[in-house]
Design a protein around this ligand. Structure first.
Ligand SMILES: [Fe+2]
Length: 241
């Protein structure tokens, strides 16, 4: 009789992370993995392969309002925070990427068919590295809500997608940041797939101290990799909803 080689398994923290199969979020039913997740060891290739270094950053990569000749339409905002481990220790020099819809809720993406204008001055993508204290900052415009076809009259709350890379391209985590008091939370299965007590970890904090007079509102959003305050991250392979 053949026996399957045992491999180290991957255990999700179900107290924080959403279940892989969440029927209210209809596409998870079709795509969630039926087998247990396997922890793939990091080998020489993964650990020594080239990574995206800070020398590749352009001057406006973290200012999404300054990537074209004109300013994008919308509420200008600063989004900042820290990348931390579960002990509150900052994680320096890590690549953080964001992508988002424009102020009307439209992505610059071939598959986005939402009947709302693209903004010629807004691509909706940015990247930066955390500094020595694990801090990051983006300047952007507040994304709009957008409809999708998950259920009748479904609308995604305003959100910004975040990606964090570790020391190799195989070490990547993806999540979404929301804004305080969004009236669309109640009907959003992506947000509500996260256990109730952990949802606040996905909501940024309005930061009046960092608001810049005559320029921009500010929101603070810390990304925490492990521990009781860990940010709920998405399963690899989730799409951009
Ligand atoms: Fe989205």
């Amino acid at each position: 009789m053949k026996t399957r080689p045992s491999r180290p398994g991957f255990r999700r923290d179900r107290d924080i992370h959403p279940p892989l199969n969440f029927p209210d979020y209809t596409s998870t039913v079709l795509r969630y993995p039926r087998e247990s997740l396997i922890l793939l060891p990091q080998r020489l290739t993964e650990l020594t392969g080239p990574v995206f270094g800070s020398d590749r950053l352009g001057p406006n990569d973290n200012d999404l309002t300054a990537q074209h000749a004109g300013e994008p339409i919308g509420q200008r905002i600063i989004v900042h925070g820290r990348l931390l481990d579960g002990d509150g220790k900052p994680i320096p020099h890590s690549l953080i990427e964001i992508w988002q819809a424009n102020a009307g809720g439209r992505y610059r993406h071939d598959r986005d068919r939402w009947d709302c204008a693209l903004d010629p001055n807004f691509d909706g993508a940015g990247r930066t590295f955390t500094d020595g204290d694990g801090r990051y900052e983006f300047v952007t415009v507040k994304p709009g809500a957008y409809p999708w076809r998950n259920h009748h009259n479904a609308w995604r709350p305003a959100h910004i997608h975040f990606s964090v890379f570790g020391q190799a391209f195989t070490q990547r985590l993806v999540t979404q940041m929301y804004f305080p008091d969004d009236p669309l939370f109640f009907q959003d299965p992506v947000f509500n797939s996260v256990p109730e007590h952990a949802r606040e970890l996905l909501v940024s904090r309005f930061d009046y101290v960092r608001t810049e007079p005559q320029r921009a509102l500010a929101f603070e959003f810390d990304l925490v990799l492990r521990g009781r305050h860990a940010t709920p991250f998405e399963h690899e392979g989730d799409d951009d909803d």
